[in-house]
Design a protein around this ligand. Structure first.
Ligand code: MRU
Length: 379
């Protein structure tokens, strides 16, 4: 089985992404040559899901630098800082976003220190050579080459991050598939599929790998209010691939578990603290509590770039609060009276004691997470 969903990628000096706000009704790809548009797309959920946000930020930073008109290294550095800051202000919870920005900054620093960038870069125009212009032309050509080298280094790094994300997800799938038995009914929340990554998915990558291995599985899809990532996106991916699936509303999962209809639960994550507390889409915590009450294994599939070794516990994970209109309206239909108070946290934190194991590209991480997570992160 092939997965041809490409969420976000680089093509012809542009960042191309599928507009997830329009799915499942309309499948439209946006071709962007403006980094601000890519940042806005992350903010408005056209691009969403922690790994996809990270990949989009890396590509967007490369895009911004590529189209920068900066005439010198100093000016390009200043532009680069502004671009990185713009992306860092899009969404606060996804660790992958900050991981990607840090990676692009490191790439830029290393490229600046390389001989290709140093040559001719900061030589000021020489007034003695201006007569006839040949001296400055020479310097400008050196400078142009050096700036091109820096810009190309950023594009190469962003494309590497993008390609690596898919490879990582396939590894997560291969490790996680072992946890799935023939005949399992698997429940998932939100969308941790191809659309939430550069391709293939994390939690849904495990489902894909089990299906590819010939296991007869069936997926229960939580609709995931308020933005319906389950109903719109996970359901779309599963239907597209012919994996048997049933859509339920968020308040039905407990009843299904009570009836013995769910054997495994697998979700993604946006940020995982050093002790294993995991932030994911709002509603995940409720599912985890129900899973424990019904003795159902609850797995979190995520790349190591989602782990934040600097954050000790889930208490310190920043939780994004989004527009109240996401709660009072659904797909443009107003559901609640004007004047009602609204609380709209986009994520919740599942304490590590509710998590059976993490599935990563380095294999499974088992409890006690306080010891095993730092060991895997090497911190
Ligand atoms: O608000 P979203 O749609 O970006 O939230 C996405 C999730 O919570 C996903 O489950 C998480 O990012 C993991 S994606 C592999």
């Amino acid at each position: 089985m092939t997965n041809s969903i490409r969420t976000v990628y680089w093509e012809n000096d542009a960042v191309v992404f599928i507009d997830q706000r329009l799915l499942p009704g309309v499948e439209t790809y946006v071709i962007s040559r403006d980094y601000r548009q890519v940042a806005a797309a992350i903010k408005d959920l056209s691009i969403r899901g922690a790994p996809a946000i990270g990949v989009a930020a890396a590509l967007g930073i490369a895009l911004g630098a590529h189209y920068s008109q900066a005439p010198s290294l100093t000016a390009l550095k200043a532009d680069f800082e502004v671009i990185c800051t713009t992306f860092s202000q899009t969404r606060p919870t996804a660790r992958n976003l900050f991981w990607a920005i840090e990676g692009m900054k490191k790439c830029f620093q290393e490229a600046c220190a390389a001989p290709q960038a140093q040559q001719g870069m900061e030589i000021p125009p020489n007034p003695l050579l201006t007569k006839g212009g040949w001296g400055n032309l020479h310097i400008n050509s050196y400078r142009g080459q050096a700036l091109n080298f820096l810009k190309q280094s950023l594009i190469t790094e962003a494309c590497r991050i993008c390609g690596e994300d898919i490879a990582i997800n396939r590894k997560i799938g291969a490790y996680g598939e072992i946890l799935i038995a023939d005949g399992d009914n698997i429940l998932t929340h939100c969308n941790a599929g191809a659309l939430a990554t550069a391709g293939y998915g994390t939690a849904l990558g495990v489902v894909r790998a089990a299906w590819e291995a010939g296991k007869r599985i069936h997926v229960y899809v939580d609709e995931t209010r308020p933005v319906l990532q389950g109903a719109r996106l996970t359901a779309w991916e599963l239907v597209r691939e012919g994996i048997p699936a049933t859509l339920i509303t968020d308040n039905m999962s407990g009843f299904l578990m009570k009836q013995g209809k769910v054997q495994k639960i697998i979700v993604g994550a946006d940020r995982i603290a050093a002790n294993g507390d995991a932030a994911n889409k709002i509603g995940t915590y409720s599912v985890a509590v129900l899973a424990k009450a019904h003795k159902i294994p609850f797995y979190v599939a995520a790349p190591l770039s989602t782990f934040d070794g600097a954050i000790k516990t889930g208490k310190d994970i920043p939780i994004e609060e989004r527009d109240p209109a996401e709660v009072t309206c659904c797909q443009g239909v107003v559901l609640a009276p004007q004047g009602i108070g609204v609380y709209n946290p986009a994520f919740d934190v599942t304490p590590h004691s509710y998590i059976s194991a993490f599935v990563t590209e380095k294999g499974l991480i088992h409890p006690p997470f306080r010891k095993t997570v730092p060991a895997v992160l090497g911190s």
